[in-house]
Design a protein around this ligand. Sequence first.
Ligand SMILES: [Fe+2]
Length: 296
Amino acid sequence: MHLSSHVQPMSQFEHISVRPLSGALGAEVSRVDLSEPIPDKVFAEILSAFHTHLVLFFRAQTLTRDHLKAFSRRFGPLFRQPNVEALAGDPDVVAVLKEANETGISTFGGTWHSDLSYLEAPPMGSVLYAVEVPPHGGDTIWANQYLAYEALSDGFKKMLDGLACVQVGAPHGVAHAPPADLAVSRSIRLVRGDPEADRERLHPTVRTHPETGRKALFVNSVYSLRFEDMSAEESAPLLRYLFDHATRPEFCFRFSWGRGDLAVWDNRCTQHLAVNDYDGFRRLMYRTAVAGDRPR
Ligand SMILES: [Fe+2]
């Protein structure tokens, strides 16, 4: 199958350097120190690169949580996420932590998803900053949902374009909750059994990005339950096809974290997954999220 070329080989801006990291998505931004205030003309270039590459990486930054929040706020108001406990005294920052002695458990974000997509207005973006990383492993993978949509046939696109999908906060609710004995890192205080997370919300299966105008697939295996006016059983084969299709290797980029690396990604046109392959090592990331619109 032919995928249209969508990423410039090297995009040079006046103030920043941007190096694409794969054919699918992701670019490394250099010549920026995120611990310094970012002038508007520099941020305009960062935002432009963000819309082109979907995930931006800033290597080896030395940041406090205040720096992290200040940079996140440039993208929009901070989003306080429900169902995960924030850091004590810092309600806008979540510590994504797995201790070295937490082995044989599942991790936070270990299944393909778009952050909190079941909410009426999910966060448009998320920011992750690597405080402590294992010597190997603990990568994150992102998948480009524009490409996933564009690779479908015209007939299939037409069918999906008019289809709404029910999303629920399954991991946090009661009705669709995972088995009680499914252990998740105890260092992440996930809220379980919240009836509010069971509320069904209709989102478009194909979402139009409010900034780029491009269409992206907007279903994921954690939160998408069934299509509107269809049962979960009837929807399952098509959803399963879309989950698999949306995360094909050619739509993906896998990032190996170094200490001090920061990633900011667009939840409106990507999915991601945290690879749980670092038992025996401590991994600590700080994350913030940026408020977003209701999907259209
Ligand atoms: Fe996530």
